[in-house]
Ligand binder design. Sequence first.
Ligand SMILES: [Zn+2]
Length: 236
Amino acid sequence: MRIVSDIIDFMFPRYCPICKERMSQDEQYICFNCLSDLPRTNAHLIDENPIEKLYWTHLPIERATSFFFYDSLESRQTIYFTKYFNDPNIGKTIASVMAEELQETDFFAGMDMIIPVPLHPKRQRSRGYNQCDFIAEGISDVTGLPVGKGIVSRIVDNTSQTHLLSSERKENVENIFKLMHPERIKGKHLLLVDDVVTTGSTTISCGRELAKAEGVRISVVSMGYAGKKFLNHDNR
Ligand SMILES: [Zn+2]
């Protein structure tokens, strides 16, 4: 019934929140051009990549990567992220594209479960959702890996006063998470999911709680990487 969807598209045109161009029927939440323009880190293609090195000496991890460089000086990405926080389905769509690209390698090999970094319950109530849940679901749609919610909780709300980019201050992320259900992750390889990684301190703190369960291995993925920019064969 192409004609029906053509009529709906004509009556209710949808626009990409980033570039404001009209989207085709095949495009969901964000247009293909903007998706392909996101500046990939491609860190997963680098041996001992700079994002993995953030975890060295802090938390034993298997793998870590981020999808794109989150550069605060580039207004395009700032706009993108603002929009993303207004509509988490944009994040879910981008996370699926990320997962498809990661799946071209063995990045997900041996992983058992996706763990979204939790928000403090008070903060989740005021926002209405946890953006990391949507990112996790986007990855799950592609990989089929289950999403484990409620396994670890955020017991201290350390983000209410801070700007996104400064929310990862090392001094205030100790003991802000609590492992609630160690029995659900025993012996599993977990993929910890955050929206933006800067110094890694939030995922280190959350990962340390998860690592209290027996036989757990941890990998980390985020959509944005706000740390020091690095070169790879694509962005050199
Ligand atoms: Zn666009």
